[in-house]
Design a protein. Structure first.
Length: 339
């Protein structure tokens, strides 16, 4: 079970909105809702700047490239997405219809060493990851071989984009996680079709390990992995530790913990940001218990469809480099800074 968060003193500021955001991302000192066409809020004076533009579709999520120039908006439990250049449509993207209403759209944005920004997604088949350039849509991972039967989901690049994490699943269903070496995959794309399931048994030696609930980078090397509490059999055989920190470089668990939140995780300032009971929490390796902000309420982004794998999506935006985040409440966007 997750430990109760310790309240922390912070600087809070609030910004009102005309319509509740459907997505939220940082762009310098501003917050942007790309699903709403690029509506912005200034963290300096709290002003809202409407885009005056909409995409007239049920998009409900957004991811942003490292430079902030490109974004992808998509329907989490659907098949359609748009690649945007500062809000201008570059092209449409799709994924397979197969079980698409049961799990999150697989998409992540990163940047190669030569500066090209790329998208990792599954445009042809649910079990085949491709990496394309964002600017021109050039496919960098063409191949013909048959991939393993894996439903890739919740893709994310490491901060240096050297590795790609997939927190997906396979029948029937079992949620798991794996990591790909991006330079190696670009040199030999078939490596993307043979996942190495190093993370699917977080606690070796225990029969019928619990599902991976969430997995999130905290830096270029380390990944935080939490497991599903739904699989607990009442203490008959499960270890006390239900989460862990994995080192990609060393190929081993650096630590394990009884801290085990059941929400989605976002990388933030050397730790992870998440929501429990509508309240934001932050945890980092070395903390006995997470920090929390009980006075800040976070609403959920809209979710189209019902059933399938339970992946929550709170309207929460972690700042990429600072101890700072923004949360969408019932009536305001709250920006939180802490030391």
């Amino acid at each position: 079970m997750s430990k109760r968060g310790k309240p922390v003193k912070s600087m809070l500021s609030a910004m009102r909105f005309t319509f509740r955001p459907r997505s939220l991302a940082w762009d310098g000192g501003e917050l942007v809702d790309w699903v709403a066409g690029g509506t912005r809020w200034s963290t300096v004076d709290g002003s809202q700047h409407d885009s005056g533009f909409g995409y007239r579709f049920n998009f409900d999520r957004a991811v942003v490239s490292p430079s902030g120039r490109y974004s992808v908006i998509y329907t989490e439990r659907g098949t359609k997405g748009l690649v945007l250049d500062r809000g201008e449509i570059l092209r449409e993207i799709n994924r397979s219809y197969y079980c698409s209403d049961d799990y999150a759209y697989p998409v992540a944005l990163g940047r190669l060493p030569d500066g090209r920004e790329v998208i990792a997604h599954c445009p042809d088949d649910y079990n085949r990851i491709h990496i394309d350039t964002l600017a021109g849509g050039k496919r960098l991972t063409r191949r013909r071989n048959k991939p393993d039967d894996t439903f890739h989901s919740r893709l994310s690049f490491s901060p240096d984009s050297r590795h790609l994490l997939s927190a997906g699943w396979w029948w029937h269903p079992f949620e798991t996680a794996c990591v790909f070496d991006v330079p190696a995959a670009l040199a030999k794309p078939a490596l993307l079709d043979r996942p190495v399931w190093e993370l699917h048994r977080p606690f070796s030696g225990v029969p019928m390990n619990p599902d991976v609930r969430a997995a999130c980078w905290i830096d270029d090397d380390r990944i935080v992995v939490t497991t599903s509490a739904e699989d607990d059999d009442g203490g008959n055989g499960w270890p006390a530790e239900r989460s862990g920190v994995w080192s990609v470089r060393e190929g081993r668990w650096l630590s394990r913990s009884t801290w085990n939140p059941q929400g989605s995780l976002q990388r933030c300032a050397g730790g992870v940001l998440y929501v429990e009971n509508a309240c934001p929490h932050w945890w980092a390796p070395g903390l006995d218990a997470p920090l929390s902000w009980p006075d800040v309420e976070v609403v959920e982004a809209p979710l189209f469809g019902e059933g399938g794998l339970a992946h929550d999506c709170p309207l929460l935006a972690a700042h990429p480099t600072e101890r700072r985040f923004a949360a969408v409440g019932q009536n305001v966007i709250v920006v939180v800074d802490w030391a």
